[in-house]
Structures are given as structure tokens and as C-alpha cells.
Design a protein around this ligand. Structure first.
Ligand SMILES: *[C@@H]1O[C@H](CO)[C@@H](O)[C@H](O)[C@H]1NC(C)=O
Ligand SMILES: *[C@@H]1O[C@H](CO)[C@@H](O)[C@H](O)[C@H]1NC(C)=O
Length: 278
């Protein structure tokens, strides 16, 4: 409890320091690398369950969160995504390249809670390849105006929501613990989140295990339901959640010594499939 409070206090301090330093005010760039995209309707905070993703890690590297000696046992951040109510989303909205310098004060917090779970670099909108954070900022962050104006605010907003709505804690308070093999009714997982968060989540699975859990927010950053129907017809059966699901753990020791890189991650990662909300 004391630990938790201390961590929260430290985070509040970081945000305060940034605000005081005026780092949040970055001049607006000329918009539009491609055709104009209309303003988004709501946000989706996408969280990943490392136990499921890291189970398929074959090779390791320093930048891969799966390769830490201590296994990740909480949901980590994938990204904050602006979405449309019709099931589609804007992407790559402004010619604003990711700059690590702009978020240096957040580096430690991002490393801890927003790690890449792969070794390969990610595709970016304007510079080709880059770190996981560059992909998220360029593809999604640049479409988050007018709520989010710049890179620093994008990462700060996502971290704030992540700290405020701790899904791992919501689940364990509702009796849903991480444990290898134990099955939980999908409806119980959904109801637990609904009750604690105040909106229906979207859950994405991989072979019966939770891969992602997504929380939705209106533009005032208040909880709302995620979409419950598919309107654009993109369905990926692979990501569909069965009636009973697991939140597996993984063994990092298996991964400790290898160094080669693996697989690209974003090919079919963000398909709005398996919209599991009750
Ligand atoms: C969320 O809750 C879990 C379980 O109580 C805890 O281990 C974790 O540190 C919390 N995460 C954050 C970001 O506070
Ligand atoms: C992995 O590395 C450790 C420490 O360098 C070493 O002791 C161990 O034998 C290695 N394991 C394998 C399977 O190579």
C-alpha cells in the first residue's frame, strides 16, 4: 500500500515538474501529410497482457520487455488510440516525427509501464522504422487533437489514464488473479471491469488467452463503453475470445540468453476484431 502511494506520488511529481517547466507548450506544426482526416470520436487505451505475448518470444534483446529477468505480471500499455464510432480510426494525421528528446523526463516510467514486447523496430508514418513509442505517437498520437496537442501530452495522457485505472488491480479485486492455466468466464472478466471502471471493455484473445484489454474514454477522458458491434466487417477469428479465458504467466529464464531478433508485430495487430463487450 505504501509502495503504491509512493509510486503514485512520484508520478504526480513528474507531471507537476513538467507543467511547471512549461514543457507542455510546443508550437503547433503545419498539419497534414496526407488528406485531412476528421476529428476522432473517442479514445481507446489499449493494454497488453505480457503473459500471452511473451509466451511466443523466441529470441531476446535488451529493448524487449519480455526479456527482463523479472517477468511482467501486470498489464502494460500498448497505446492510446483515437477512434471513430463507426469502427474505423484515423492514422498518421500530421507530419510530426517522433522525437525522444521531447519525452526524456518520462523515459524511466515509459520503460517500466510501456515497454515494447518485441525486438523488432516498429513501422512509423514518416520515418520508416523506429521504437514502439514512435509508432504509437506518429500513427495514433498525431490524430488525437484537439484533446492532445503534442507528443509529450500524448504520453502523459496515456500514462495518467493507465495509473488512474489499474486494470490488473480491478481484476484481482474482483477475484480474477493471474495464474497459469486457471480459466475465468469471459463474462465475469467483462463484468468485473465494467463494475470497477464504469464502461464495457474490449478484450482481444490469442488461443484462449487474453492478449489485450482495452478501455474506452470520451473526449473529456471519462469512462465510456467500447463499441459493441462491428460495422466495417473486419473480423479476425484468431483474435476471438472463447467463453472461458486465461491470463497466463510466462517463464523469463527460458529467454535469458538468446540474442537474435524476431518477427514484426504490427501487421494485424490493430484490427478491431473480436469486439467482446457484453
Ligand atoms: C496495478 O496494480 C497491481 C496489482 O495491485 C500492482 O502490482 C501494480 O504495480 C499497479 N500498477 C500501477 C501502475 O500502479
Ligand atoms: C546463460 O547465461 C548464464 C550467465 O551468463 C550462463 O551461466 C548459462 O550457462 C547460460 N545458459 C545457457 C543455456 O546458455
Amino acid at each position: 500500500m505504501a509502495m503504491k502511494t509512493a509510486r503514485k506520488a512520484a508520478w504526480v511529481l513528474v507531471v507537476w515538474a513538467l507543467a511547471a517547466a512549461g514543457l507542455g507548450s510546443v508550437s503547433a506544426r503545419a498539419p497534414l501529410g496526407r488528406e485531412a482526416q476528421r476529428e476522432f470520436d473517442y479514445f481507446k487505451l489499449s493494454l497488453q497482457w505480457p503473459g500471452t505475448i511473451c509466451a511466443s518470444t523466441r529470441y531476446c534483446c535488451a529493448s524487449n520487455g519480455c526479456c527482463r529477468s523479472e517477468p511482467l505480471q501486470t498489464f502494460t500499455i500498448h497505446g492510446l488510440w483515437p477512434d471513430y464510432d463507426d469502427g474505423t480510426w484515423p492514422a498518421c494525421c500530421r507530419r510530426t516525427q517522433f522525437e525522444m528528446d521531447k519525452i526524456l523526463p518520462l523515459k524511466e516510467t515509459l520503460d517500466k509501464y510501456w515497454p515494447s514486447l518485441f525486438c523488432s523496430s516498429s513501422s512509423t508514418c514518416f520515418s520508416g522504422k523506429g521504437p514502439f513509442w514512435a509508432h504509437e505517437w506518429e500513427k495514433h498520437g498525431t490524430c488525437s487533437a484537439p484533446v492532445v496537442q503534442d507528443e509529450l501530452q500524448y504520453f502523459t495522457t496515456a500514462l495518467d489514464l493507465y495509473f488512474k485505472y489499474n486494470v490488473t488491480e480491478m481484476l484481482s479485486s474482483g477475484g480474477i488473479q493471474i495464474s497459469n492455466g486457471k480459466e475465468y468466464a469471459l463474462s465475469d472478466v467483462i463484468d468485473t471491469i465494467k463494475h470497477a471502471f464504469g464502461g464495457s471493455p474490449q478484450i482481444v484473445c490469442k488461443r484462449g488467452s487474453v492478449e489485450e484489454l482495452r478501455l474506452c474514454f470520451d473526449k473529456e477522458l471519462k469512462p465510456r463503453d467500447c463499441l459493441t458491434t462491428l460495422t466495417n466487417g473486419i473480423v479476425s477469428r484468431r483474435k476471438h475470445c472463447p467463453q472461458y479465458i486465461t491470463l497466463p504467466t510466462y517463464d523469463p529464464l527460458v529467454l535469458a540468453n538468446s540474442t537474435r531478433e524476431i518477427m514484426t508485430q504490427f501487421n494485424d495487430f490493430e484490427v478491431p476484431a473480436a469486439l467482446y463487450t457484453s
